[in-house]
Design a protein around this ligand. Structure first.
Ligand code: ADP
Length: 503
């Protein structure tokens, strides 16, 4: 699933980036085209307004020329009213032109119109004051030098300028549209090329990943074949289907190998159990033969009449002791064979240590072994089976005493500094663990003692494990051996129990 997500990410990411880049550029292009369009529309509408105002100017000029001519010929109030109306129209059109956005050249033309219009007023006033006519030639002469001529020329210039501006705007707009078109074409080409390159890159990356996977599969395959023969994977084709088939084959092979390993493990365990049974049989034979030989010799001598009246008290004591030894051995075997069952009750570990020390006081004194106790002041409470725990401790202390027949030191240290567990260490100053058995110390029937069963440590470890703890041989700086029992304390136990209950 994670691989799929990564693959999808690898494939879509470059495509997504290219698409986003294209989208961004397209949006920018659209924005600049829109802005161009808006600018152009504004300019065109502005020019249109000026053009229409200029045309109105011209029209009102034409009417003004006609009506002033009629007024000069017939100076009546009605005719003057028409002249005034034309003048108002002209002034309104001029005011419209003035408030529009105009170029400097147009502003010059407007200024010329205004000054021409002022000249027109002066000349018209003079003409009305001087008497013209009644000869037709006089009227025609006035008409030829009509004062309106002062306004006509700048008005025509303004119209021409405006037409020119309109043409320029149209040309500029066409040029910009052309440029935008080529930009869009370029963008499309770049996008297509980017898509192609991106796709090629993704394909290349995927191909590389598949090849790497193929190489790694080949590696796994060769490993499997080294260990268990007969897996054939072809290297032909590095596409996903081929990979899938190869993974399927490897999975099957792994399943086979795991099955074989499990079978081998079961067989190994069985062989180990058989060896243990053999060892047990040898041990029983060894343990039973010595006392039986002694008993047989004594009973045989009594039967043959070598001992006179039969078995003496001493002989009977020897037989009794040997039978007792046999009984103990059998009991030890029975104890070992029985599954370890521990009861749980809150106990003070330091209290148990004190009880065990009392039990071995006599042997300590006889062997002149010094015991050093390091116990915390406060009680160390653990949920344990005190009898079983005591037997573990006794076994460790007896082993230490066995290792120091000529005296020495035993140290017992109870450490409760860890949050949820305590550690009880029993160490001695004896010769230490025999190198020949060091790696099999907790294996049943491993013993260096002539009368040892080799069951003490393995049984002790089983008891400690049944309490949820560990019994280990600990490294020791000086000479001697050191064993540590680690067990959960009550707080640790309840916390574990809570955790177990909580799920
Ligand atoms: P047993 O005491 O019957 O031999 P154990 O399982 O108790 O069986 O001990 C196994 C062996 O471990 C002993 O025979 C002895 O060689 C070794 N051993 C255990 N404790 C000590 C010790 N404190 N010092 C040296 N050797 C030890």
């Amino acid at each position: 699933m994670a691989l799929n997500r990564q693959m999808v990410f690898q494939v879509t990411m470059p495509a997504l980036l290219v698409s986003l880049a294209m989208l961004g550029t397209s949006l920018l292009g659209i924005r600049s085209i829109n802005r161009l369009q808006a600018d152009r529309d504004k300019i065109v509408s502005e020019h249109d307004r000026i053009l229409r105002a200029a045309q109105n100017l011209e029209t009102s000029l034409r009417r003004l020329r006609f009506h002033t001519f009629l007024y000069i010929m017939d100076m009546t109030t009605e005719r003057w009213a028409k002249v005034e109306k034309d003048q108002n129209d002209f002034e309104e059109s001029l005011a419209l032109v003035k408030i529009s956005e105009t170029s400097p050249a147009e502003q010059q033309a407007i200024a010329a119109i205004e000054s021409g219009y002022r000249g027109y007023h002066q000349e018209l006033q003079q003409s009305t004051r001087s008497s013209i006519g009644p000869e037709t030639a006089e009227y025609l002469k006035w008409a030829d030098s009509h004062p309106i001529r002062l306004v006509v020329a700048p008005c025509e210039e303004l119209l021409e300028l405006n037409r020119q501006e309109m043409n320029d705007t149209a040309e500029e707009s066409a040029r910009l549209s052309g440029r935008a078109r080529s930009q869009m074409i370029l963008l499309a080409a770049v996008g297509a090329a980017g898509g192609l390159i991106g796709g090629f890159g993704v394909a290349l990356g995927l191909n590389r990943s598949i090849t790497r996977l193929s190489v790694r599969l080949g590696d796994v395959h060769s490993h499997l074949d080294q260990e268990v023969a007969s897996l054939r994977l072809t290297s032909e084709g590095s596409d996903l289907h081929a990979m899938n088939r190869q993974v399927g084959t490897i999975l099957e092979r792994v399943r086979d190998v795991v099955g074989q390993l499990q079978r081998q493990e079961r067989e190994g365990l069985r062989a180990e159990q058989l060896a243990a049974v053999g060892q047990l049989a040898a041990s029983i034979a060894h343990e039973v033969r010595n006392p039986l030989t002694s008993i047989k010799l004594l009973v045989g001598a009594a039967l043959n009449g070598h001992c006179g009246k039969g078995l003496s008290n001493t002989d009977l004591q020897v037989i009794h002791d040997e039978v007792g030894r046999l009984e103990r051995k059998v009991q030890a075997l029975l104890d070992f064979a029985r599954p370890v069952e521990v009861g749980h009750q809150p106990e003070d570990v330091a209290g148990i240590v004190h009880r065990v020390v009392d039990l071995i006081q006599e042997r300590l004194r006889q062997q002149r072994v010094t015991l050093n106790l390091r116990l915390p002041c406060e009680p160390v409470i653990a949920d344990i089976d005190s009898d079983q725990f005591q037997s573990v401790l006794v076994n460790l202390l007896f082993n230490a005493l066995d290792a120091m027949p000529g005296g020495g030191e035993i140290n017992i240290c109870l450490d409760n500094q860890m949050p949820d567990q305590f550690r009880l260490t029993v160490s001695d100053t004896g010769p230490g663990i025999d190198i020949r058995i060091a790696d099999r110390l907790f294996t049943p029937f491993v013993s260096t003692k002539p009368t040892g069963t080799g069951l003490g440590l393995s049984l002790s470890r089983r008891i400690v494990q049944a309490h949820g703890g560990q019994l280990t041989l600990t490294d020791r700086a000086g000479p001697g051996a050191s064993f540590t029992i680690s067990l959960p304390t009550i707080s640790g136990v309840s916390r574990h129990a809570d955790a177990a209950r909580g799920g």
